[in-house]
Structures are given as C-alpha cells and as structure tokens.
Design a binder for this molecule. Structure first.
Ligand code: ZN
Ligand code: ZN
Length: 168
C-alpha cells in the first residue's frame, strides 16, 4: 500500500493543537499527562483512532491533507479525549458521558461522534449501474461478482437487470 507523506508544517500544526488541548486538560484535571505519539497510518474513511494502551493517536493522512486545520481542530481533541478518558476512568463506553465531559467541559469543543469530511478520495471505489428507472451504486465486491458472472443484480422497482454505466 502506498504511504502518504504529511508535510512537516502540517505535522507541526497537529502537535501545536495537541499541546494546547493537553495543557487545557492538565489545568482542569490538575495532572501532567504524557504527550501521545502521533502516527499517520489510519486508512479508509476513518479520520483517526486512539490506541489506548500505546498512548498513541493514529491520523488519516489523506483526510488531514485535504482538510488541514479543520481536521486538526476536530480530530485531535476527539482522539485525545479517548486517551484522557482511558487515563482518568479506565475502560468505559467510547463516546459515553465521560468522553462528552472531556470534550465539552475540559477541551471546549463540540462532542461530535463522527466527522463530516468528504470521503470521495478515501472511499473504496463505487460503480454506477443503471436500469430503466434509476441509477444504482454497487460496491467493488458486487461489481466483481457481476464481472465474474457470479451475480446478476435486478432493480427492485422496475425488475430490469442492472447495466454498468461507463465512467464519463
Ligand atoms: Zn471516537
Ligand atoms: Zn429500475
């Protein structure tokens, strides 16, 4: 799998926000927290993840590069809050009341559970098919079954067989 290089300036912006948020948490909770390590290996449509035991935050390099500071402002506190919740409360519900408290009261950000960044460039490829009445989106798995003759998809509305639309 090809790896994506995150520009140094963007990595520095990540760490700047991380330290600001960590300082907020230290002030509020009267505790010094170790700085989490950050890696850029998150794949797919997920923006980031927190490795609780490793004290590590994994970021999606493609979504970071595409969304810049908006990504940092949202994803860094989100994942950092997961680590801090684990540190403070141990194993609790991932987006439960402890996490909401960390997000809203301590880190001063909205407690959004999911991100809204466009995922076109990181989504697994979608194939557009059509019948007589509408277009249908097939996943790469469904598409491959059609190609190999293992499946034939039929529209539930009009009963017609789906035909692949050539990409334009
Ligand atoms: Zn989360
Ligand atoms: Zn149809």
């Amino acid at each position: 799998m090809k790896s994506v290089r995150v520009p140094l300036s963007l990595q520095q912006a990540v760490m700047r926000t991380m330290r600001q948020k960590l300082a907020l948490a230290s002030d509020f909770l009267q505790k010094a927290f170790p700085e989490p390590s950050v890696t850029y290996q998150q794949r797919g449509t997920i923006a980031g993840s927190a490795r609780l035991q490793d004290w590590e935050i994994r970021l999606n390099p493609v979504l970071l590069i595409e969304n810049q500071q908006a990504f940092i402002n949202q994803v860094i506190p989100h994942e950092l809050a997961h680590l801090l919740v684990y540190y403070q409360f141990g194993k609790v519900a991932p987006h439960g009341k402890e996490w909401r408290f960390l997000m809203e009261t301590v880190l001063k950000v909205p407690a959004n559970r999911t991100h809204q960044f466009p995922v076109n460039s990181v989504r697994s490829k979608i194939f557009t098919y059509a019948c007589h009445c509408q277009q249908h989106e097939l996943t790469i798995r469904q598409h491959n079954k059609v190609i190999k003759g293992k499946s034939c998809y039929v529209c539930r509305q009009c009963g017609e067989k789906l035909i692949l639309l050539e990409p334009t």
